[in-house]
Design a protein around this ligand. Sequence first.
Ligand SMILES: [Zn+2]
Length: 257
Amino acid sequence: MKWFLVALCIIWVNSLDLEDNEGQLGDGLPELYDGDMLLTPEQKLILSLDEKDLWRVSHRNLIYRWPDKTVPYVYGAGPIDGLTNDEKNKVRAAMRYIESKTCVKFRGRKGQRDHLIIAKGKPGCFANTGRTRFARVNLGEERCFKHGTIVHELLHILGFAHSHQAPNRDDYVDIKWENMNKSTKFPFKKLPSKDWTMLDLPYDYASILHYSRKAFSINGKDTIVPKEEGVEIGQRIRLSELDIKRVNKYYKCPEQK
Ligand SMILES: [Zn+2]
């Protein structure tokens, strides 16, 4: 029954007028889903039905994977959303870095309906998860233009959630709920294994999509504690080996890339 409802939902949201979505984007961005992941109107709709279904459709069904292994993108424009040339160069460098490790490509939009907008009109650094009609990376503060942060956001765009939300994470990390605000607990929520595929890859402490020990801490104490001693988490320098494998597997890249 749930599947049927989700299917209905998808058919319905896909038939929404362009203006509806534009209005959502123009009047205020979709709300933050988990700290730095945005929900589009259609994702929110699906989420309101049953939050688990968001993950089912985004990952199991693969409808949010970009076709032709290519993300068409445009930059935001104007005094609010526009990027400087220097900022665009940093974004391009992050794209080229991902391209150098995977078979995924970022290309200027040529009329594709679903595309990525890279803009900086809102405070904070955040992104949609996966392909949508108006996927958005928002780089609203200077800190957002760090290479690793841009790479992190672009990985969300490619369809990936945070690594510490993996279904098997309780075997690898302890979440200290008492050290965070109620409103920021969602990004730490575990994704259900029946709806979320790990792509047969192991848990990844080194992922660029893993939060750090003190992420969203309200008291200076750790919010994520690795079970394995001496392990570092939360790096924002490079794609881990498993990040690269994950992207390549999800996009069916040739083995040797
Ligand atoms: Zn994130």
